[in-house]
Design a protein. Structure first.
Length: 238
């Protein structure tokens, strides 16, 4: 019996602290500033779409064409010294109000261990000629942070974002001939429906655990010299 892999519509819940009720959640809008975000804005100017604090976390939105330059600045600027790129993730915003933004967005987590600072960077992904948003791409950061190699492969595998300049861009989790990218919103959800309920007295489950097997279905006697698990349990208790 083939599995039902028809697409399932998924939706976001509203974040009341960010958006009015009924409006899908948007990316965090940073406010205020820190010494780090101020240095970044001073260096990159209008290439920084937004920068500041969100819930106490340093957040920067950068133009995609300046992503690699920003990463190099974070690593090499002595007063910043973000030695490590911890992770690379992504967002498919096709079910959100884009407000002129790209469908796909990459998210980078930088860490300065020497200064005990953390910084999150967002960048919109470009599209292939013709504006096909199902073929997003952005510069790879493997030339700046070697640790970006496998996280970028994971994002490519699961979200379909191509990282230009990546030395070995191929799937890392799914089989190489997998037909889609599972974390894209239009990717079909496969699976098999199983009976489940949160209601204890659901009639469908009223006999669960009380079934009596017919005699002919019980296990036969074990050969001479062997013991059953029940016998082993009894011997252990003695």
């Amino acid at each position: 019996m083939p599995l039902d892999v028809a697409p399932v519509i998924r939706s976001y819940e509203t974040q009341r602290t960010l958006n009015p009720p009924g409006i899908p959640a948007l990316a965090p809008i940073p406010t205020g500033e820190t010494d780090d975000t101020r240095r970044i804005v001073e260096r990159f100017g209008e290439d920084i779409v937004a920068a500041g604090l969100h819930n106490g976390n340093q957040v920067v939105f950068v133009e995609p064409t300046r992503l690699k330059a920003l990463a190099t600045f974070l690593r090499d600027e002595a007063e910043l010294n973000y030695e490590t790129l911890i992770d690379v993730t992504s967002v498919d915003r096709s079910q959100l109000p884009l407000n002129g933004g790209a469908r796909f967005q990459t998210v980078y987590q930088f860490r300065s261990y020497s200064r005990n600072q953390h910084l999150t960077v967002f960048a919109d992904c470009g599209t292939e000629p013709g504006g096909n948003d199902e073929l997003p791409h952005i510069d790879s950061l493997t030339g700046v942070y070697r640790g970006a190699e496998w996280p970028e492969r994971e994002v490519y595998d699961l979200m379909g974002i191509r990282f230009d300049g990546h030395p070995d861009l191929r799937r890392i989790l799914m089989p190489k001939n997998w037909p889609n990218h599972p974390l894209q919103k239009q990717a079909p959800l496969g699976g098999e429906e199983v009976p489940f309920t949160f209601t204890w007295d659901d009639p469908e489950f009223e006999t669960l655990g009380s079934q009596i097997l017919p005699a002919e279905s019980t296990a036969p006697d074990l050969p001479h010299g062997t013991v059953s698990c029940a016998q082993l349990t009894l011997r252990t208790k003695r």
